[in-house]
Design a binder for this molecule. Structure first.
Ligand code: KIV
Ligand code: ZN
Length: 404
């Protein structure tokens, strides 16, 4: 299962603020995408966020809706008031479990934390059938105390135990072992759903979530484009495509519709005003772009040479062959023929040389540049027929035409 927390962990991070209308638009798209649960926000934090959660809970059908509460009645009441009209509501409670947090953030003892957590889980269960408990900073906690916490919250009525690597500290093997141990040893583990929530401080959020899945967790909390506190969260598109591309090895599936991934990614980027980094896995502008000549040659011969997933699978029309100074003749000829340009052998030689001149001075040679290259006035207005002996002159003129 996939819990999407783009609207809570993602939206809460600097520079990603969304108003209620934008949150509702994204929630509708997440519903189309087919996530199992949408975490709509943190209702106690502001009136606006409370309203956004309430509108999402009223409108979204076929997808669970949850919102976050600290382990205090006021927060839990706010969550319940905001999401109780959802088709499948769930209250999400967070309370720290690591000694660092217990001592330095909460100023409590382990026993006090256990008591407060259990009381609040029991209270939330009087309101809602589904209660998720997140022992915050589980990744840095004492494993024995974490086990005791998990058992206590299950006994108090939690239906989902979410193990967060809040600070992105764990290594995949370590995190997988931790989750495996909790699932194997915690009393009552068979009565709850084990979920994980990983942060990307060391770039391991997806690897850690995957390790947890292979260890038996059955829900991943993630965000579109991997946005979230600090370096972000496990990114939804990475987990979904991992499960799909490596299905035969992992033997796990989720119900997300991958062809909605790009649309969702673009909507989140547009509404948050934050573009996706070009080399981002799955959804970055370069994720299906090929620039090096060796790769372009391979792709043009057979996509399987360099693509492990099809662009259509994630909702893109096609992959891109980007013409740069590193491109080879195969890509150059291929693009010319797609543009319907027919040249003689001598003209092609001339055009190739000019292309390289231009490419050395430009990040990408566009179709428009290519058209100029083959129809430059310097080339007689109709190609390179008369200019084959004067490449440098043509290149100079084109540099002027293209760069101004
Ligand atoms: O990172 C974290 O620990 C969280 C919890 C609320 C799950 O976001
Ligand atoms: Zn988080």
């Amino acid at each position: 299962m996939i819990l999407d927390t783009t609207l809570r962990d993602g939206e809460g991070s600097p520079g990603f603020h969304l108003d209620a209308n934008s949150k509702v638009r994204i929630a509708r798209q997440l519903e189309k995408l087919g996530v199992d649960v949408i975490e709509a926000g943190f209702p106690i934090s502001s009136r606006g966020d409370f309203e956004a959660c309430r509108r999402i809970a009223r409108e979204i059908r076929g997808t669970g809706v949850t919102a976050l509460a600290r382990a205090v009645r006021e927060d839990i009441d706010a969550v319940w008031a905001a999401i109780k009209e959802a088709e499948t509501p769930q209250i999400h409670i967070v309370l720290s479990v690591s000694d660092v947090h217990i001592k330095r953030k909460l100023g409590m003892t382990r026993q006090q934390v256990l008591k407060q957590g259990a009381e609040m889980v029991a209270y939330a269960r009087t309101l809602c059938e589904r209660v998720e408990y997140s022992p915050e900073d589980a990744g840095r906690a004492d494993p024995e105390y974490l086990l005791e916490t998990v058992e206590t919250m299950i006994a108090a009525g939690a239906t989902v135990i979410n193990i967060p690597d809040t600070t992105g500290y764990c290594l995949p093997g370590e995190f997988g072992e931790l989750v495996h141990r909790l699932i194997a040893d915690a009393r009552g583990a068979d009565r709850v759903l084990f979920s994980v929530h990983c942060h990307d401080d060391l770039g391991l959020a997806t690897a850690n979530a995957l390790a947890a899945l292979t260890a038996g967790a059955r829900r991943v909390e993630c965000t579109v484009n991997g946005i979230g506190e600090r370096a972000g969260n496990t990114s939804l598109e990475e987990i979904v495509m991992l499960l799909r591309v490596r299905q035969s090895r992992l033997d796990l599936e989720c119900r997300v519709e991958p062809t909605e991934i790009i649309r969702t990614s673009r909507l989140v980027a547009e509404l948050t005003g934050t573009p996706v980094q070009p080399n981002k896995a799955v959804v970055g502008a370069n994720a299906f772009a090929h620039a090096a000549g060796i790769h372009q040659d391979g792709i043009l011969k057979d996509r399987l040479n360099y693509e492990i997933m099809k662009p259509e699978d994630v909702g893109l029309a096609d992959s891109r062959i980007v013409l740069t100074a590193r491109s080879g003749r195969h890509a150059f000829h291929h693009r010319l023929s797609r543009l319907g340009v027919v040249l003689t052998e001598a003209q092609t030689q001339a055009a190739w040389k000019v292309f390289k001149e231009v490419a050395d001075n430009k990040r990408e040679v566009t179709d428009e540049d290519l058209r100029r290259i083959v129809t430059a006035p310097e080339a007689g207005g109709g190609g390179f027929a008369d200019q084959t002996n004067d490449h440098n002159h043509v290149a100079d003129t084109l540099r002027h035409l293209i760069f101004g």
